[in-house]
Design a protein around this ligand. Structure first.
Ligand SMILES: [Zn+2]
Length: 372
């Protein structure tokens, strides 16, 4: 069996409080997934992620394939064991990074040839190869190989991109189903297996989004993602695409919007019925000294914080806000200390995970009056 998804309660607005049962973790949804690009959520140790309540983290197939390589990771028992992460994981297909990071890429129907951004070496990724790499890494959830349509894209370009993504989705699924029993932890979890999600594309065209969703549903994936969003489009367009696709997706499968967003966005989408989201924003912003707080964003290196002995966020009880002051975080940043990125990242992740915890509580049915 792959995953099981139970929507425990659905609000009139479509928000879902659910449970996603994966081999390594039962994930309470809606959930925010910190991004662990190269086998690490940058600057934050795994035991701290556990203490923060992270239930599932991402790994990036492109980075792990190039370094240290999926084959050594497979020989060492898979990504969970290699990085010592006992809870759930999801890997992306590598497509997004191939298109955004690599050099000299050439796309054909067969796949993508590209040069590594690390050493210029030449590689060829196909849907089948992406599945082999993701099965070797062994995350609980793998993603179909897709082309993330850029923004803006005119209609012929979006149609052509969608044609390619749908053909690659079919090939991904066929190859995955034939090989998914080779996942490194198969013998540790008898009866359970890795899952594969399809990715809805279609640019910013509502009818192409619908067509994409309908065709993926016919293929019958374990869950469905909406990709190609937060790529530079205005936010009302992001919202429009999500609103178009969500009602088409099956009730008993998880729904994942990839690569979003700001704190208010993840709350808004969760209330609309999105179960899973990921974004590099909390950790990337943290390394640049941008903190998300209950009172808005603050730039910690600003001079105004030089002697500010208040916690970064007075309404946050994370392990950073309980112990350290704004003045100290500013000093660490000014001095270029490594601890700066760590503490800033821990607070921002706590803030994101806290939003989702509160959204989950608010999506639960109100308690029935006590019987007298
Ligand atoms: Zn905090």
């Amino acid at each position: 069996m792959a995953l099981a998804f139970n929507p425990l309660h659905v609000t009139p607005e479509g928000g879902r409080r659910g449970q996603l049962q994966l081999p390594h973790q039962t994930v309470e949804t809606p959930v925010f997934m910190p991004v662990g690009t190269a086998g690490t959520v940058k600057a934050v140790p795994q035991d701290t992620l556990e203490a923060l309540g992270a239930q599932i983290i991402l790994g990036n197939t492109y980075h792990l394939y190039l370094r240290p390589g999926h084959e050594p990771i497979q020989r060492m028992g898979g990504l969970h064991r290699f990085i010592s992460w006992p809870r759930a994981m999801l890997t992306d297909s590598g497509g997004f990074q191939v298109f955004s990071l690599s050099e000299l890429r050439k796309v054909t129907d067969e796949g993508v040839r590209f040069r590594s951004h690390l050493d210029g070496s030449s590689h060829f990724f196909t849907p089948e190869h992406s599945m082999d790499v993701q099965i070797a890494l062994g995350a609980d959830i793998a993603m179909a190989f897709d082309e993330c349509t850029e923004y803006p894209a005119d209609r012929p370009r979006a149609e052509e991109s969608l044609r390619l993504t749908m053909a690659w989705a079919r090939r991904s699924l066929t190859h995955f189903r034939a090989n998914q029993d080779r996942v490194p932890w198969a013998s540790d979890f008898p009866g359970s297996s890795q899952s594969l999600f399809g990715i809805v594309q279609g640019g910013m065209y509502r009818d192409l989004r619908r067509e994409s969703a309908e065709r993926l549903l016919e293929m019958d994936f374990d869950g469905y993602a909406i990709g190609g969003l937060s790529v530079g489009e205005p936010r009302d367009l992001t919202l429009e695409m999500i609103a178009e696709v969500l009602p088409l997706l099956p009730r008993d499968k998880p729904r994942y919007v990839m690569g979003v967003g700001y704190p208010d966005e993840i709350e808004q989408y969760a209330r609309m019925g999105v179960d899973m989201m990921d974004c590099v924003l909390p950790t990337r912003a943290a390394r640049h000294g941008l903190l998300f707080t209950s009172e808005g964003r603050i730039t910690i290196k600003n001079r105004q914080f030089a002697e500010d002995q208040n916690p970064p966020d007075p309404n946050c009880d994370c392990l950073v806000c309980r112990r350290y002051s704004r003045a100290y975080l500013r000093h660490l940043m000014q001095a270029g200390e490594a601890l700066s990125g760590t503490l800033n990242s821990i607070h921002n992740l706590a803030f994101y995970l806290g939003i989702m915890r509160r959204v989950r509580q608010s999506l639960e049915p109100a308690c029935a009056p006590a019987q007298v």
